[in-house]
Design a protein around this ligand. Structure first.
Ligand code: FEO
Length: 173
């Protein structure tokens, strides 16, 4: 079969590499959130389990958004390999702490990539990142809110049951 010569693209190699790494990060988040969903369901935290299933689907959408951008720009999107997916958690608090930590890392990554794209005059990609930078405000806020809910209600008596319901409310689960 004839190999089609890749048309020239304005997407620089360094930017393509960053975008592919970000696709891996989003795919990793999607996989971890699915693991969190499973663990929560196992503990009877059904609403929180559904919340994380929804978050997992959203992360996959984020990955595909980058995938589509790369394709549209004539770049080469690499289907990510995902490893280090945590499926076991000590308790709900440590799970929620990890969730917030991961969202903060994603925000940092977009800030870093935006800075790098400005340096190489790739303003199209900077513009593309705007949606993600806005999205991260909500993503981080939700993650922080889950921890606040945990702290405010506490785990005394039927605390976990109430926490589960409140976290479910965040996603309308
Ligand atoms: Fe794709 Fe939750 O950041």
């Amino acid at each position: 079969m004839k190999t089609l010569l890749r048309m020239k693209t304005s997407l620089q190699e360094s930017v393509q590499n960053m975008l592919n790494e970000q696709m891996t990060m989003e795919a990793h988040s999607s996989a971890v959130y699915l693991g969190m969903s499973s663990w929560c369901h196992e503990q009877g935290l059904i609403k929180t389990g559904e919340y994380f299933k929804k978050q997992s689907a959203e992360e996959r959408e984020h990955m595909l958004r980058i995938f589509d951008y790369m394709i549209d720009m004539g770049g080469r999107a690499i289907s990510p390999t995902v490893s280090d997916v945590q499926n076991d958690f000590t308790d709900l608090k440590s799970l929620l702490e990890l969730y917030l930590e991961m969202e903060i890392k994603i925000t940092e990554s977009f800030n870093k990539m935006t800075g790098a794209c400005i340096k190489v005059n790739d303003f199209q990609t900077v513009k593309f990142f705007e949606w993600f930078l806005n999205e991260q405000i909500e993503e981080e806020d939700n993650a922080r809110r889950t921890l606040e809910i945990y702290e405010l209600i506490g785990t005394e008596l039927d605390g976990l049951f109430k926490i589960d319901h409140q976290i479910g409310e965040l996603a309308g689960a």
